[in-house]
Structures are given as C-alpha cells and as structure tokens.
Design a protein around this ligand. Structure first.
Ligand code: PGA
Length: 251
C-alpha cells in the first residue's frame, strides 16, 4: 500500500524569518495527528539546518540537491555533500530537478550519481524526470521519461530510499497541467520501466509523484489518477493556505 507523499519544493525562496515561519506553520498543521499521508518540505540549503532544528514530528525535510562527488568532504567549493545534508537532520534530497538539468546541464548520469550519494548517506532520493514541451508535442514524452528512468535511477534504489517525481517541464510554474489521461499514461509507463529496472516487488511499492502547477483546485483530481502517489509542489508550497489546501484534499 503506497502512502501518498505531499512534498513542497521551495526552490530559491524565503529569507530566514519568513522561511522559519512557513516551516513552523507546516509543522503545526502536521501536529501529532495521524495523517493518512506523508509530508515533506524542501527549503533552500541556507535554511535546511535551521528548519531541521525545529521540532518537526514526522514531517520530512529535504535538500533540493546534493553534490555529485562521492566524497563526503573535500575541495569542492560551493558544493554540499549528501553526508552534510544528512548531518543537518534532513531525511530526503531532491535530485535531477528540471531546473538543475537545464540550468546546470545535469545529465542522467550526474543525476544517478547524486541519487546514489543521497541513498548511501541515508537519505531518500526524490528523482525528478519529465519531458519538455517540444518533446511532448513531437510525441516523444514516453520515450524521454523511460530513458530518464533508465539513466537516472541507481541500481540500489528501493521503495524506501527512492521516490520518483514526474514533472513535465512545460507544466512547471506555468499554470498548465497535462490531462489526467496523459498523467495516467506517463505514470503507468514509469512504473513499467521501474519494474524492468528494479523488479516488480520494488517497483510496485515505489512512490511516483506528479509535479507541475499543482494547486488546491486541481490536486484532488490529479492525486486520484492511477499510479499518482503524491505531489511535488513548487509555487503553491510557499503559502501555507495553498500547501495545506492541497494536503487537505487527501483527508
Ligand atoms: P510548480 O513547481 O508547482 O511551481 O509548478 C513544481 C516543481 O518545480 O517542483
């Protein structure tokens, strides 16, 4: 039985006081209630340690990236290793977000190494995949996500240490979302690819999130699609009313 995961990706947003307030508001909503879903927030690296130091109950805390090197420390100016992220109290790490793939030229091989580093450090890797608008329009979406799964998911991935996030690039921050039929088609294809790669037992339990313009108004419908096991939320994760409005559709 796959529990849904409601995850917020804050991206490069929030200075200290607003960020801590937002985190606190999420933690209060999670409270001690036995929610029927898991919650994760991924603040920028600047706030990760401060957020993780707040009492956060069962709420997961993730980084938005980890270093590519397999070394835990060393001469890698500007990088933060997965071991360091774990040491701050994080539980998860997003890797391969499309903004990293496009703005930093991260290839599938780089993403796979980062995912492996996160897993080896004891974090759950949230591996992002998704096609561009041109790839969707040329009918190539399924090939692209299959290739990304094969190239980005390390052999050590299990349902416990790995989550997949399908985020069509053209739906991120645009207000556009695929039809539920398109989401179902891709998520089913992703699971089939995971079965080939990791075996049915692991693939059937691994969570596949949908991301891209998820809002309180469309969350119920998107999260009801077959093989959609949660949401990765960007813009709407920065306002507690929106983030929790999405989460509440699962109560
Ligand atoms: P969005 O971003 O919800 O603002 O579209 C999603 C993401 O990039 O993770």
């Amino acid at each position: 039985m796959r529990r849904k995961l409601i995850a917020g990706n804050w991206k490069m947003n929030e200075l200290k006081s607003e960020g801590l307030q937002l985190a606190q508001a999420v933690f209060e909503k999670c409270g001690n209630r036995n929610l029927p879903f898991d919650v994760l927030i991924c603040p920028p690296m600047s706030l990760l340690g401060l957020v993780a130091d707040l009492p956060h109950g069962a709420c997961g805390i993730g980084s938005q990236d980890v270093a590519e090197t397999t070394k835990a420390s060393g001469a890698f100016t500007g990088d933060v290793s997965a071991v360091m992220v774990k040491d701050l109290g994080a539980t998860h790490a997003i890797v391969g977000h499309s903004e990293r793939r496009t703005m930093h030229g991260e290839t599938d091989a780089v993403v796979r190494q980062k995912a492996e580093n996160a897993i080896q450090a004891g974090l759950t890797a949230v591996i992002c995949i998704g096609e561009t608008e041109a790839e969707r329009e040329s009918g190539d979406a399924l090939n692209v996500v299959s290739r990304q799964i094969k190239g980005s998911v390390p052999a050590i991935a299990t349902a416990e240490n790995c989550v997949i996030a399908y985020e069509p690039v053209w739906a991120i921050g645009t207000g556009k979302t695929p039809t539920t039929a398109d989401v179902a088609e891709v998520h089913t294809a992703v699971r089939a690819e995971l079965q080939k790669l990791l075996g049915a037992e692991i693939a059937d339990e691994m969570r596949i999130l949908y991301g891209g313009s998820v809002k309180p108004g469309n969350a119920k419908e998107l999260l009801a699609v077959e093989n959609v096991d949660g949401a990765l939320i960007g813009g709407a994760s920065l306002k507690i009313a929106d983030f929790w409005g999405i989460a509440e559709t699962q109560l």
